[in-house]
Write a protein that binds this ligand. Structure first.
Ligand SMILES: *Cc1c(COP(=O)(O)O)cnc(C)c1O
Length: 239
């Protein structure tokens, strides 16, 4: 299949999952995860109308951002080191991977310095996997509360990376728990905390994630095809 056809298939699957769940496809944003992929592929997907792209490395995100159209919304979805935060101030749309007060504090400091407000998500490790970043469900509320007090930031919601499974149904329980946590936090009406975005679901499980309430899905392989590095490295990169 061509890139165009693969994208179309993903978009149709999103529409189907929305239909099954009685949701409008307008509620779900597809983020094309373009890490490791060359410019021409991103340009082709852009040509099909996609405006949200996800990268997991600051340097790669910045390079792509510099050379591609300015109306792209860039999503930082990978583990973020504090010393790299400053490079994101020039226009990242959303940082999905905030999982500590110290990281949030650095984003806040840089945001204030650059006189902007940065939208962030709190990353939750719902399945408590050792290999993954993110706070536990129990820690999430405390982190949201602590981060909400920092200037220059706006918490827009939550993000999770579900386990790598053969059968996506196995992840339904984690997506459901994410939605519950999302609603719990929303109901607390904390200042500066919007809870508009629930970023969950990847190539293997985005349809289940949408059925359980995802508002952003992050799809790489399903659009661009396999990435060419070993699985071991992949885990390291996904975190
Ligand atoms: C790579 C990556 C994705 C996309 O994974 P695919 O399985 O290729 O769809 C989504 N989210 C994060 C955080 C990633 O690092």
């Amino acid at each position: 299949m061509s890139l165009k056809e693969q994208l179309k298939e993903v978009q149709e699957n999103i529409a189907l999952a929305c239909k099954r769940a009685g949701r409008s496809p307008k509620e779900v944003t597809l983020i094309a995860v373009s890490k490791t992929k060359p410019f021409f592929m991103l340009e082709e997907v852009y040509g099909e109308g996609v405006r949200d792209f996800g990268e997991n490395k600051v340097q790669e995100l910045c390079e792509k951002k510099e050379h591609l159209p300015k109306d792209i919304r860039w999503h930082m979805i990978g583990h973020l080191q504090r010393n790299k935060v400053k490079y994101l101030m020039d226009g990242v749309a959303l940082i999905h991977s905030v999982d500590s007060v110290s990281l949030a504090r650095e984003i806040s400091n840089q945001a204030v310095k650059h006189q902007r407000t940065v939208d962030i998500l709190i990353q939750v490790n719902m399945a408590c996997e050792e290999s993954k970043f993110g706070v536990s469900r129990e820690e999430a509320m405390a982190l949201v509360t602590a981060v909400s007090a920092l200037p220059g930031l706006r918490i827009q919601g939550l993000m999770t990376i579900a386990p790598f499974v053969e059968n996506p149904e196995e992840n339904r329980v984690y997506f459901r728990q994410m939605k519950e946590l999302f609603v719990d936090i929303k109901e607390k009406n904390i200042d500066n905390v919007a809870m508009n975005v629930l970023s969950m679901g990847m190539t293997g499980d985005y349809m289940v994630a949408i059925e359980e309430g995802a508002t952003m899905v992050r799809v790489g392989t399903g659009i661009f095809g396999e990435r060419h590095y070993s699985k071991e490295r992949e885990n390291e990169i996904i975190g």
